[in-house]
Design a protein around this ligand. Structure first.
Ligand SMILES: Cc1ncc(C[n+]2csc(CCOP(=O)(O)OP(=O)(O)O)c2C)c(N)n1
Ligand code: SF4
Ligand SMILES: [Mg+2]
Length: 306
């Protein structure tokens, strides 16, 4: 991208989602969340989304505090529950692109059940996993993705169990789209988000996110030395789930980023609903008041004896 195009894009993005809201910015300096929000904004602008064409759903966490910084349709839900919240919005109105954001705590602990069924059902949404390998908002406890040995709040002698291999886990659920990027590379995140926005079903995008305040084990510099790009891997077939499963085994040396897997033939949740066949309206258009009094027999509460 040349400098002029980039400057124009940044100006347009800043206008699109305003960072300078009247709310106090609570992210620390150099937090990877700034880059993630910048990249998703650019991706939306480049894909031609207007302010009313999408909805952003935020989990609880530093990642979730992104909701304070955007002027768009946003919902900030309960911890670990953002996928179910976003899925409801997505199936109710497919004219609107739904994007959900959650941290590693929310995604792989409090809300791991929602992740499982979100992927399985292929709900039509983009899900961004901010993986900073700790519970940032509650001041740096270990999460299910914290590396073994890392000294964290509540684990001063170091974490004693291995982290979940997140992408191995997601790929085992037969997803339709899996990608990874790195918060230190905004251009790469932007291109990955653009691909994910075009995907119809559940697009899982993991961002390896810098948390300079609490994640001292895998800072930006650690990733910068290890991140590789799938585009540079000759002959890689993103339609081959076994190739994806093989490539994500390595969490230490060659950490591949990009669109790692896409199953273009999987039909998303709404496309397989028999009850919706031939219906042109969205569920949200069909909301109306029904008189149910006839269905409810008259009854009276009778207190139990004694
Ligand atoms: C059900 C529930 N459990 C725990 C909490 C407390 N809590 C709030 S944020 C948070 C950690 C968030 O970590 P993560 O999801 O990784 O997001 P980050 O802050 O790192 O972006 C926890 C444990 C809560 N609010 N609700
Ligand atoms: S604690 Fe970490 S994730 Fe949270 S705002 Fe600070 S740097 Fe970012
Ligand atoms: Mg986290």
């Amino acid at each position: 991208m040349d400098k002029k195009t980039r400057d124009n894009l940044i100006a347009k993005s800043n206008d699109f989602l305003k960072y300078e809201t009247d709310k106090v910015i609570t992210w620390c300096s150099n937090c990877g969340n700034y880059g993630i929000q910048n990249a998703i904004t650019r991706a939306l602008v480049l894909e031609g989304f207007g302010r009313r064409d999408f909805m952003m759903c935020f989990d609880i966490g530093c990642s979730g505090n992104g909701s304070d910084k955007v002027e768009a349709t946003t919902v900030h839900g309960l911890h670990g529950r953002v996928i179910s919240l976003a899925a409801g919005a997505a199936v109710a109105n497919q004219r609107m692109k739904v994007i959900a954001f959650a941290g590693d705590g929310a995604t792989f602990s409090e809300g791991v059940n929602h992740l499982v069924h979100g992927v399985r059902n292929d709900y039509p949404m983009l899900f961004v996993h901010h993986n900073n390998e700790n519970y940032g908002l509650t001041i740096g406890q270990a999460s299910a993705t914290t590396p073994c040995g890392a000294k964290m709040a509540g684990a001063p002698d170091g974490v004693v169990i291995d982290p979940i291999n997140t992408l191995e886990f997601v790929l085992s659920l037969k997803p339709s789209f899996v990608a990874r990027s790195f918060s230190g590379n905004v251009d790469h995140m932007t291109s990955v988000f653009r691909e994910a926005l075009k995907h119809k079903g559940f697009a899982y995008v993991e961002v390896l996110q810098a948390c300079p305040t609490y994640n001292k084990t895998t800072p930006d510099a650690w990733y910068a030395q290890r991140v590789r790009y799938i585009e540079d891997l000759e002959g890689y077939d993103k339609g081959d789930i076994w190739a994806a499963r093989k490539i994500v085994e390595d969490m230490e040396e060659n950490i591949y980023c990009g669109v790692l897997y896409e199953n273009a033939s999987k039909r998303d949740f709404m496309s397989v609903q028999k009850s919706r066949e031939g219906i042109k309206t969205e569920l949200v258009d069909e909301v109306k008041h029904f008189d149910v009094t006839e269905l409810m027999p008259e009854w009276r509460w009778v207190p139990s004896a004694g």
